[in-house]
Design a protein around this ligand. Structure first.
Ligand code: UFG
Length: 329
């Protein structure tokens, strides 16, 4: 269904965007990537042309949309660090909220109606529901999560008014790398759990610090639902096909429905790499919710999504291959 379908991908040079782009390209989609390369990498773009434009540039985006005439916009471009958003909320509201609204305005003026949004489990934040269904109320623990929740509200209103149809994918913790280690996670600075553990195993960092062991969880460390980036990429393909089939706007969790504590992830990384390294306990990181585990029933039922890589050891193995390749360059 995606063959020759024109799709505009913002943030296609980033981590999740680049894996999705590759899958869309393999399916024969006709892709244009819009990325300002503020945190993306040109070499991550395996299909389609790159247009180096900021999504907040209304006239450039209108021109780009009018000339490419995509059926769908998939919108990855965003800042992603919850802790940074606590220190610098304006950065998040400007980029993640204002510029998304500008993008939607440019789409409206160019007559593009279908939209796939990179939302986040961070919208649930301090929820006490485990696992979390999509109907759970928004209780974001930081401005990052609030910026994503605000966009979802805007999308729902635009959809109610008949201006767009959208799918919002609420990602839990994206992790792992492509199986051939061609693509992977490269954030500068790196703040995510698995890449930091692997850099410690590699000897690039002297030790690893767990951010708090006094959470109300069995071992006191935070619990997350780690989803392989390729399963996440597949969710976008299914969401695009869903919208193209004429279906109504919808919101889907993207996670496996089971969680691992930080300590459990540390143990898996030590096992996969065969390296023991020092682990310290530090204070809590501001903005971290204690437990985020998806209820993935809706995406399975509605989109027929079937997880293929629901295995933390496999996730860490692919990330380890990627990390080793990164250091050999
Ligand atoms: N952690 C540590 N030490 C570190 C780094 C992380 O203990 O050096 C802990 C964190 O405190 C957290 C867990 O590991 O409990 C996972 O942290 P990450 O930074 O890898 O991921 P987050 O859960 O904070 O956030 C990620 C994405 C968000 C997304 C969220 C959804 O960065 O964009 O998952 O769950 F919204």
């Amino acid at each position: 269904m995606l063959k020759n379908t024109r799709i505009l991908v913002t943030g296609g040079a980033g981590y999740i965007g680049s894996h999705t782009l590759r899958l869309l390209g393999e399916k024969g989609a006709d892709i244009l990537v819009v990325d300002n390369l503020s945190s993306g990498y040109r070499e991550f773009i395996t299909y389609g042309e790159l247009k180096k434009v900021d999504i907040g540039n209304l006239s450039a985006m209108k021109e780009t949309l009018s000339s490419f005439r995509p059926r769908i916009v998939i919108h990855f471009a965003a800042f992603i660090q919850a802790e940074e958003s606590v220190r610098n909320p304006m950065k998040y509201y400007l980029n993640n909220l204002s510029k998304t609204i500008m993008l939607l305005q440019a789409m409206q003026e160019a007559g593009v109606e279908l939209f796939i949004f990179s939302s986040s489990a961070a919208v649930y934040g301090l929820t006490d529901t485990v696992p979390i269904p999509e109907g759970a109320p928004f209780r974001p623990a930081n401005p990052y999560g609030r910026s994503k929740a605000a966009v979802e509200t805007v999308l729902q209103d635009l959809s109610n008014a008949g201006a767009i149809r959208f799918v919002s994918l609420r990602y839990f913790n994206a992790s792992g790398a492509s199986i051939d280690a061609r693509l992977g996670e490269r954030h500068r600075p790196e703040t995510h759990l698995i890449p930091l553990l692997l850099k410690t195993a590699k000897g690039e960092l002297p030790s690893f610090t767990i951010y708090g062991d006094d959470y109300p969880t069995p071992d006191g460390t935070c619990i997350r639902d780690y989803i392989h980036v390729l399963d996440l990429a597949e969710a976008h393909v299914l969401a695009a096909e869903y919208l193209l089939s004429g279906a109504d706007s919808a919101v889907f969790n993207c996670g496996y429905g089971r969680g691992y504590s930080v300590r459990e992830v540390v143990d898996v990384v030590k096992k996969v790499t065969g390296v023991d390294f020092p682990v310290n306990i530090g204070p809590r990181r501001p903005g971290d919710p204690p437990v985020l585990i998806a209820d993935p029933a809706r995406i399975k039922q509605t989109l027929g999504w079937k997880p293929r890589y629901d295995d933390l050891e496999f996730i860490v193995k692919t990330a380890w291959e990627w990390e080793r390749k990164e250091s050999s360059q």
